[in-house]
Design a protein around this ligand. Structure first.
Ligand code: NAD
Length: 480
């Protein structure tokens, strides 16, 4: 099957349209660096249209019954599943990840829509017993209003689907600024909602210069809630701006996930699960294991096994069936990864394997294993967001907990042990929004996703996810 790559327009008030200025941004295939198409670059008049559409649609959508919203969402999920092959192809061409990962992302995305469709029918309030006869007091959950969402390029579809289904199931309208690096698969998603019967203006999709769009949308009085997924640095800027205007905020930011391997771990399971998750999406995953902390008694074996898994990984164009890891999504990542590795080596780190760009066409980087990296190296302190695994040894439980909790982030953490006692102890000792022990079990539609500290606040997914788009109103009423 071959899919030609489509150009992407703005989706505003149920219409596909170019930017009023006619401006576009080039889209590049990261596997060969060729310009494959364009995406419209919104200006303020386009954003005004999107704001007015979201405002108008909110007034209708919030009064649409939860059951009718549910039916549209369920239909969208089914349509998304039917189009998964085509959407996956587009995603791989523009983002780089292997086709199987793109398809998996699309199918899990459909499950997210189903989950939130159901949750929308359960936005219960409660009746609170009053102190006096004849008083009836209760709470209702109401949608917060039009939302501005900013989503990144690493999981172009998934990051939108962590936000849009929850927002619209709750009765909100939403303007998404999607990823300029991978816009066309997101446009296919908007078409799915359109065909499922979502009224015009409930979901608007725009692209442009990220800072121009956030500077305009966040302070705008129509917008009542801001939700962002991306780096901690940008998250702080957007949260500060939202704070100036007293907007509700959800921040899904970066992490630097410790992956702890205790002396009694099943090493084969730990190696298999951790190496495949390290290199998934070329390491451009906010919950990717990024600091490997291995007990000294199994350290050498673990390093050898990880090196072997890294060397065996087939790196190439994501469209090829044998590919297990594609290119990095854009040239900025290539430079950033190179800098992490050079800095680690300068400070005494050893490259066990990899450590170089792969080839000179496409943003490929070799699966890389580093050892002896000192704690002051950049890679031990900043999220690497790429295919690099620094492996460090530890001696005791207390030491490894101290190192795991050393950074201000707290998104995901992993541990491997065959002892229930150790599993319980590490589960409670780790400062992290999510902990996965002896398997990789995060980011399912039915489970809450989100960090603490500099990894942000608020949850997506699970029963918590819809709460981000609801506010509680208390009503007390005396009978006449
Ligand atoms: P970046 O920090 O410039 O951008 C990160 C994301 O934020 C992008 O999607 C970008 O479009 C958006 N963005 C940037 N400035 C913005 C602004 N002023 N207003 C609104 N949105 C804005 O860096 P990048 O090179 O695109 O990505 C690199 C870093 O971003 C990584 O190191 C990683 O830490 C982080 N990141 C995290 C996630 C995640 O899932 N949490 C996803 C993508 C990127």
């Amino acid at each position: 099957m071959s899919t030609s790559y489509p150009n992407t327009n703005l989706y505003i008030d149920g219409r596909w349209q170019p930017a009023a200025s006619g401006d576009t941004i080039d889209v590049i295939n990261p596997a060969n660096e060729e310009v494959i198409g364009t995406v419209a670059r919104a200006g303020t008049s386009d954003l005004d249209e999107a704001l007015n559409a979201a405002d108008k649609a909110f007034k209708i959508w919030k009064n649409t019954s939860a059951f009718d919203r549910y039916k549209i969402l369920r239909k969208a999920a089914d349509l998304l599943r039917k189009r998964a092959d085509i959407i996956a192809q587009i995603m791989t061409i523009e983002q780089g990840k292997p086709l199987a990962e793109s398809k998996g992302e699309t199918l899990v995305g459909a499950d997210r829509i189903d989950w939130m469709a159901e949750e929308g029918r359960r936005t219960y309030g409660r009746v609170i017993p009053a102190r006096a006869d004849g008083i009836y007091q209760f709470t209702v959950k109401e949608p917060v209003g039009p939302v501005a969402a900013f989503t990144p390029w690493n999981f172009p579809l998934n990051q939108i689907l962590q936000k849009v289904p929850a927002a619209i199931a709750a009765g909100c309208s939403i303007i998404v600024k999607g990823p300029e690096e991978a816009p066309a698969c997101c446009a296919e998603l908007a078409k799915v909602f359109e065909e499922a019967g979502l009224p015009a203006g409930v979901f608007n999709l725009v692209y442009g210069v990220p800072s121009e769009i956030s500077d305009y949308l966040i302070p705008h009085p129509i917008i009542k809630k801001v939700t962002f997924t991306g780096s901690t640095a940008v998250g702080k800027l957007l949260a500060a701006k939202a704070g100036e205007h007293m907007k509700l905020v959800t921040m899904e930011l970066g992490g630097h996930s410790p992956a702890i391997v205790f002396e009694d771990a099943d090493l084969d399971v730990a190696l298999n699960v951790l190496s495949s998750n390290k290199y998934r999406n070329a390491g451009q995953v906010c919950i990717s294991p990024t600091r490997f902390l291995v007990h000294e008694s199994v350290y050498d074996k673990f390093v050898d096994g990880f090196k072997e898994a890294s060397d065996n990984l087939i790196v190439g164009d994501g469209l090829l069936p044998e590919t297990k890891m594609g290119p990095l999504a854009h040239d900025r990542r290539l430079e950033a990864i190179d800098e992490f590795v050079k800095d680690a080596v300068k400070r005494g780190g050893k490259i066990e394997t990899g450590g170089e760009r792969k080839g000179n066409k496409g943003y490929f980087y070799e699966p890389t294993v580093l050892t002896n990296v000192p704690l002051d190296a950049k890679i031990m302190n900043e999220e690497p967001f790429g295919p690099v695994a620094p492996i460090t040894r530890f001696k005791s439980f207390d030491d490894v907990v101290e190192e795991a909790n050393r950074l201000p982030y707290g998104l995901a953490a992993y541990a491997y042990t065959n002892s229930n006692k150790t599993a319980e102890a590490i589960g409670s000792a780790l400062s992290s929004g999510m902990v996965s022990i002896n398997h990789h079990g995060l980011a399912m539609p039915e489970t809450p996703f989100g960090g603490i500290g500099e990894s942000g606040y608020g949850k997506e997914g699970g029963v918590e996810g819809i709460e981000a788009y609801l506010q509680t109103k208390f009503i007390t009423q005396a009978s006449l």
